[in-house]
Write a protein that binds this ligand. Structure first.
Ligand SMILES: CC(=O)SCCNC(=O)CCNC(=O)[C@H](O)C(C)(C)COP(=O)(O)OP(=O)(O)OC[C@H]1O[C@@H](n2cnc3c(N)ncnc32)[C@H](O)[C@@H]1OP(=O)(O)O
Length: 199
């Protein structure tokens, strides 16, 4: 497995891949010059890496950049899961998604491609999570919540049951969402209020 993104998020991803023990890690790739090794693995610039890539994990926290890089490779994108993550057998998962330590996903939830379900995040039953979404550490989604493509649920946010969060929405850290949120909104507070447009 090659990991794209020599960053803190990349380190957490490397730990999960090691613990899962399904793939060995060949190296990290990055577009920025950051030296020739990272977190104990060789590090290459993408433009200087000519070996064939079979399996790639994109370890980029920014949803829009992760989407862009996803479109630039034609390889396999396995999903990864920390051994302590708990997923119902009825959950469906798109390619390239990661489930970090102690995350939980309950019955009949659908998770898109290239999502991040971060440490201790809880996504309950019958949710629909779009592509390139990030559910931050300790965020909680009750049952029947939908989250549109590219949206980011901030650390410790809570979303009550049945809420629709649009595309490219930023839910601020610690917010409590009790109303539907339109596309391209930035929301903060308890209860959550829209403060500006997410460009
Ligand atoms: C493993 C990991 O690291 S995963 C990463 C997890 N990271 C996160 O969850 C980050 C979540 N991001 C936030 O909460 C951010 O503060 C955002 C996106 C909501 C707002 O960021 P910005 O657009 O830069 O807004 P800015 O910092 O200018 O704040 C605007 C106002 O909102 C307030 N504010 C910002 N965030 C919050 C929040 N989460 N809750 C309450 N108020 C907030 C600010 O105090 C400021 O108020 P003021 O105008 O009275 O001074």
């Amino acid at each position: 497995m090659v990991i794209f993104g020599a960053s803190g998020h990349g380190k957490v991803v490397a730990d999960i891949i090691k613990l899962e023990n399904k793939f060995s890690i060949d190296c990290f790739l990055d577009d920025a010059e950051k030296g020739d090794s990272f977190y104990g693995f060789p590090l290459y610039l993408r433009e200087g890496y000519f070996q064939e890539i079979k399996n790639l994990f994109i370890a980029i926290g920014d949803n829009k950049i992760r989407k862009k890089i996803h479109g630039e490779f034609n390889v396999n994108f396995p999903s990864i899961k920390h051994p302590s993550a708990i997923l119902s057998n009825s959950v469906t998962i798109g390619e390239g998604t990661c489930f970090m330590a102690n995350s939980t996903v309950n019955a009949d939830t659908k998770i898109g491609k290239q999502c991040i379900v971060n440490t201790n995040a809880s996504i309950d039953h019958d949710c629909v999570i779009g592509d390139y979404v990030h559910v931050s550490p300790n965020a909680s989604l009750a049952g029947n919540v939908s989250v549109g493509e590219l949206s980011h649920i901030g650390i410790g946010a809570s979303i009550i049951q049945g809420i629709n969060i649009g595309k490219n929405v930023m839910i601020g850290a610690g917010s409590v969402i009790i109303n539907n949120i339109p596309d391209h909104s930035i929301v903060i507070g308890v209860p959550g209020k829209i403060i500006k447009k997410n460009e």
